[in-house]
Design a protein around this ligand. Structure first.
Ligand SMILES: Cc1cc2nc3c(=O)[nH]c(=O)nc-3n(C[C@H](O)[C@H](O)[C@H](O)COP(=O)(O)O)c2cc1C
Length: 185
């Protein structure tokens, strides 16, 4: 038997979502590739979050979160919210995220395929992650979907962000970017 580190190496795929939460009027969001249904009655789902993520501590305090289901067109959003921390920046401002507040006062991100609001009913630290079990309180689902859900396997393909990650290592690229942006104005 060969060794694998992640289950997707065995061909098990998963949806990529944004987990949003709020504390003391401030909003937080991170990308997650671990959402699964736990129970139908009551309706429970889980997401697994590493304690190093800022969102982890915020959810532990706020006891609420929302699962925002992304479409294949929202890959950049997944990359952005999954590569910057709420410790350093306000991702809602930085990435121009439009939202409305749900019943539990969590931000429900506009333009997603679905928004599911949850109250934390249990948390289980295991290995390097904590499993948060949430009871679904309310959900908005967009009908007539033009694009299907974003999957972990979609994240492996090369996108413009990854191209920029390579380009930014070239000395002088920031000066070129500045000139280019000034000319465009
Ligand atoms: C596709 C993708 C899936 C991710 N899935 C998870 C996950 O399931 N659990 C987790 O703790 N971090 C996951 N991350 C990493 C966090 O989104 C990332 O560390 C983020 O910057 C944390 O932000 P925060 O510090 O504001 O909470 C994922 C990142 C990406 C790009």
């Amino acid at each position: 038997m060969g060794n694998i580190k992640h289950i997707y190496e065995a061909g098990i795929d998963n949806m990529v979502v944004l987990i949003s939460t709020s504390l003391d009027g401030k909003n937080y969001v991170m990308t997650s590739g671990t959402v699964a249904e736990v129970s139908h009655t009551p309706p429970l789902l889980l997401t697994s979050i590493c304690p190093e993520r800022y969102t982890h501590d915020i959810i532990r305090k706020s006891r609420v979160f929302a699962v925002n289901v992304l479409s294949k067109k929202q890959k950049m959003l997944a990359v952005n919210c999954g590569s910057k921390s709420g410790r350093d920046i306000d991702k809602f401002k930085e990435f121009h995220l439009k939202y409305r507040l749900g019943e539990c006062k969590v931000p429900l991100i506009n333009g997603c395929l679905a928004n599911i609001e949850c109250r934390v009913v249990a948390e289980y630290p295991h290995g390097d992650h904590t499993i948060f079990v949430g009871e679904m309180v309310d959900a908005t689902v967009i009908g007539n979907r033009k694009y299907s859900s974003l999957l972990l396997s979609d994240m492996n393909t090369v996108g413009p962000r990854f191209l920029w990650e390579i380009l930014r290592k070239i000395p002088g690229i920031f000066i070129l970017k500045k000139i280019f942006i000034t000319q465009k104005k």
